[in-house]
Design a protein around this ligand. Sequence first.
Ligand SMILES: Cc1cc2nc3c(=O)[nH]c(=O)nc-3n(C[C@H](O)[C@H](O)[C@H](O)COP(=O)(O)OP(=O)(O)OC[C@H]3O[C@@H](n4cnc5c(N)ncnc54)[C@H](O)[C@@H]3O)c2cc1C
Length: 462
Amino acid sequence: MNKRQLVAADCDVTFDNLTRQLYASDASVYQIEPVGVAFPKSAQQASSVIMAAADAGVPVIPRGAGSGLSGGAIGDGLVVEFSRHNRQISDLDLEQRTVRCGAGVVLDQLNTFLKPHGFCFGPDVATSSRATIGGMIANNSSGARVPVYGTTADHVVSLEMVLADGRIENVGARYDSLGAERQMIAQLVQRHAAEIAEWMPPGMLKRWSGYGIERFLREPHDLTEIFSASEGTLGAICSAELNIVPRPREKGLGLVFFASVAEAMQATVELLPLQPAAIEHIDKPLFDQTKGQLHFQAARDLMELDTKPCEAILIVEFYGDVAERLVALSAMRLGLRTLICRNQAEMNLVWAVRKAGLSLLTGRVGPAKPLAFIEDAAVPPAQLPAYVAGLERIMNPMGLEVCYYGHAATGLLHVRPVLDLRTATDLAKYRQIADAVSQLVREFKGSLAAEHGVGIARTEYM
Ligand SMILES: Cc1cc2nc3c(=O)[nH]c(=O)nc-3n(C[C@H](O)[C@H](O)[C@H](O)COP(=O)(O)OP(=O)(O)OC[C@H]3O[C@@H](n4cnc5c(N)ncnc54)[C@H](O)[C@@H]3O)c2cc1C
């Protein structure tokens, strides 16, 4: 590889060992050293370095904060890093409800900017303090409130892209760019319309393994549908015009406690007619990590976790008509007991436990860790009880501890078997589980990658 070609580009490029090690990992289980890391300050600089990489025959890996869980932001080529710069927010239009963001803008930064205007960005990833807008679009990230806001792709109006050959193009419904490519994709997607309808039936709110072909079928003029969720494989996002939404005026939160994960899944199906903004599931392996932690004691006391044991909890949130819906929730008498939060402070305590979920889990002591590799599968919500039964059939005979948490309202459970990948036995189990779960998800016509991306972890199953 000719490094000189990359250095000659009008962009900061670094090849030192420390930087390459720092960018060799993301939040996945993988580690791959890049040849170098570029830090563009603008679309022109990104174009210059991507063109140089193409000339030198070096693959390009666009990267945001590196919080992705599937290994999408690492590779043995040139990492093009958008989070150091590209943090401008501009063109706020409150009438049209749109704003423009550089790819490196972090979600919390955007929401802090929008708050005084009474607006926010709808999709709410748990990594909001780190995740960049570029990474969120590329993974079509979403969060707990998908029933209300949908996913990131639903809020993309237009994108400023740098393509693999260095061209800078604006794409979106009002742009006429990339006409030939658009036509080709439209024909391809049309040709497979029946298959897409069969494998991507309506009713799955989180279903993003790669390109949004079923969205493009509905919106054949809008290439943002294809670029969103493309995980950096079709080009680099330099900036985006996004839709924003008014902040909710009224929120309410209820908790339901269960003796088993299976009962919590059954209750999720029963709760859906109440049209909650979110139904989040956490289980004992997760909330047990808060034991003895001063920071979470108030939340534990509120949930009475030390005195009234349970195996699983559903956190049910409502936006609007809160009083009636919380009464309806209590009247359902689900599970072991119900708790209604009385004020915002109590809601914050509960959300802090849910938001810290993954960090709590991965912080567990010992060499075996709850691993992310089947953690992003979603099935139609009504199938959750049968899906969990299927998972238990696969993993219970292996005698594994498994953590189930996630976005139950949309059928997405972050399932993490606890494994020690330094042992041959657990490595074999890892492979066995990955194969069996991909087959199980297929049986439910679900999606193996609902919001965390396909990345390295799931490409072989697509
Ligand atoms: C603790 C934890 C909790 C999480 N919770 C959630 C959650 O609630 N919901 C959710 O959806 N995800 C969640 N994630 C996954 C992750 O945080 C999101 O996918 C996030 O949006 C990724 O943003 P990033 O900036 O870190 O992207 P990166 O990890 O840097 O990149 C992700 C992908 O996007 C591509 N990419 C990045 N920037 C660009 C760009 N400018 N142009 C083109 N492609 C680009 C990369 O090549 C890669 O394929 C969680 C992860 C962790 C570790």
